[in-house]
Design a binder for this molecule. Structure first.
Ligand SMILES: [Zn+2]
Length: 282
């Protein structure tokens, strides 16, 4: 990703280091028992299994603190008017982490923490998360589903891990799930966005938009089969930028979720960040 962004030479892009979050802020979403478990000291060669997919090493806790910290720092910069929007090139991802349970490569829910941080710190009334990772963000949905001032919309392959995200899961009217069959491709993705997700987002009238930007629906990704193309990520980002400009002064912070083919990931991130920076999408 970083090599791709450097080579692309996107005008106006300003790289920054991600600071670690104050662990107390994680408790906006997660109980202290989970935070303490993830942050418990580890030996250099130790491994801690969170679930069958998710294993921590000695560097994982700091990475997780910086991942959530990046999102909050980006929110600070956007709210200060210091930048127009931001992309957080972080790992571990976050959208599978439920309030009380880390899972699926995710330790803390970076965007959910960011949403509640933005509300708490800046008094924003309504925060929306749009998630185009190939997997459903069960953790974000779980954190948001009973709070009508938070909105979560997701396109994802169905059936697929983690098994949530049926169209009938609507929370208190603030959850919008669009499951897509394997092989759906670009046209079905753009239709799902244009006809369902983006109108629901506009109707919600957010004060800030956060993105769970996973790129594992790409045709070259080994984990799933939605067969999206690199250009789709530029397209969807441009649509979201347009809506953010219309509704909330362009305030948007994007955080990386999945993406497991490194070349497809780099290319997709360049398309995404290029559109965030205002480049014309392909
Ligand atoms: Zn994913």
């Amino acid at each position: 990703m970083l090599d791709g962004l450097e080579q692309a030479g996107i005008a106006g892009l300003e790289p920054r280091d991600a600071p670690g979050i104050d662990p107390a802020l994680l408790e906006l979403v997660h109980p202290s028992t989970l935070v303490d478990h993830v942050l418990a000291p580890m030996g250099d060669d130790e491994r801690r299994w969170i679930d069958g997919d998710t294993v921590m090493s000695a560097g994982s806790a700091e990475a997780a603190l910086r991942a959530a910290g990046a999102v909050c720092d980006a929110i600070d910069s956007v709210m200060a008017g210091d930048v127009d929007n931001a992309f957080c090139a972080v790992r571990p991802p976050g959208h599978h982490a439920e309030p009380g349970r880390a899972m699926g490569f995710c330790l803390f829910n970076n965007v959910a923490v960011g949403a509640l941080y933005a509300r708490e710190t800046y008094g924003l009334g309504r925060i929306a998360v749009v998630d185009f990772d190939v997997h459903h963000g069960n953790g974000t949905q779980a954190a948001f589903e009973s709070d009508g001032d938070l909105f979560y919309a997701s396109t994802h392959q169905w059936p697929l891990y983690p098994g949530t995200g049926a169209a009938g899961e609507t929370g208190v009217g603030n959850i919008c799930n669009v499951p897509l069959a394997p092989g759906s491709g670009s046209r079905a993705f753009r239709r799902a966005m244009s006809e369902t997700v983006l109108p629901a987002l506009e109707a919600f009238r957010p004060d800030m938009i956060l993105l769970s930007a996973g790129f594992d629906a790409h045709n070259d990704d080994p984990l799933a089969g939605l067969e999206f193309r690199t250009e789709d990520y530029g397209w969807v980002t441009a649509q979201l930028v347009r809506i953010a400009e219309g509704l909330c002064g362009g305030r948007m912070v994007s955080a990386l979720e999945g993406g497991y083919d490194l070349q497809a990931l780099a290319d997709s991130v360049v398309a995404h960040v290029g559109a965030l920076a205002g480049a014309d999408p392909a």
